[in-house]
Write a protein that binds this ligand. Sequence first.
Ligand SMILES: NC(=O)C1=CN([C@@H]2O[C@H](COP(=O)(O)OP(=O)(O)OC[C@H]3O[C@@H](n4cnc5c(N)ncnc54)[C@H](OP(=O)(O)O)[C@@H]3O)[C@@H](O)[C@H]2O)C=CC1
Ligand SMILES: O=C(O)C(=O)CO
Length: 319
Amino acid sequence: MKPKIIVYKKVDKKVLELIEDTCKVVYFEKLDSQNFPVFLEELKDAEGLIGSGLKVDHELLDQAPQLKIVCNISVGYDNLDLTALAERRIMATNTPDVLNDTVADTIMGLILSTARRIPELDQWVKTGQWESGLGEKWFGVDVHHKVLGIIGMGGIGSDVAKRAHYGFDMEILYHNRSRNEAAEQKYGATYCSLEELLKKSDFVCLMTPLTPQTVNLIGKREFELMKESAIFINASRGKTVDEEALIHALKTGQIYGAGLDVFVQEPVNMDNPLLSMNNVVTLPHIGSATYETRFKMAMIAATNLVTGLKGDVPPNLLK
Ligand SMILES: NC(=O)C1=CN([C@@H]2O[C@H](COP(=O)(O)OP(=O)(O)OC[C@H]3O[C@@H](n4cnc5c(N)ncnc54)[C@H](OP(=O)(O)O)[C@@H]3O)[C@@H](O)[C@H]2O)C=CC1
Ligand SMILES: O=C(O)C(=O)CO
């Protein structure tokens, strides 16, 4: 008998076909409060779970006694309690690397949009305000030849460094817990302390995973260390930043602007002060959201799933 698995995110039909070759699929395009009880009922005899963002912890696992594998369609896996999964001998996988270029493109988009005020100027044109020449009050700041500080020089951080180095002649500083010699050699990146990076960078880009060590990694003290002209970019996870401290830094002119793909609360609350600031460019967590990349991510996750359920080691097993 084919093992029963649950897909809880909309995926291409080719992805479903790959899984259906060896599994019986229960498909939820997305989970919401209406279908969640049905999902929990289905979970009781499911052996696999594939999707992204669902919190998988002891509480959920108590309702999934047959589960053997959980496959994220994402590189981030802060939604998974790896200890709880390991205790129950349930495998977990993610989708690293395949999305690096796409997320790096999004980050360059945020850097350029914030520095050159692209969304504001788009509105200026579309609302008929372009009646005469552009006044100085609409000018932006240069990106090229500036200093870019990357906190989290991993897969995505390195592809941001590549673009910034080769495309924009930027000087690259980075901070990790350990050195990334490939990024140093290929993109001339200089390793430094977090404090030095914050003091020297024109653009500060946060790209660490969300872990107990990176919760509120950037807060009041860190914003105080940044230049008044600094632009802060976050495409990691909302909780790596103390959002109240970010709001304060933007309101008081401690930093010049911010480009954000992620928020503490997602979808973001409409009363979040960040949404009414002209010096903030916001995106709805779309770092990897292109047709091509999301398709590849889902295919990789599906391959992880069927490999694990076959009894082999999935290519992207998390430890
Ligand atoms: N906005 C979006 O749509 C997307 C967001 N993401 C987010 O980006 C994150 C990073 O992805 P990816 O580049 O693939 O991950 P990688 O694991 O390749 O890179 C993470 C980097 O962060 C560094 N890091 C980890 N912990 C710390 C710490 N405590 N202090 C300083 N540096 C640290 C690591 O270096 P070291 O271990 O040496 O410290 C590593 O260089 C994901 O986990 C996810 O949360 C990813 C994809 C899309
Ligand atoms: O992969 C991730 O971690 C994301 O946030 C979405 O691509």
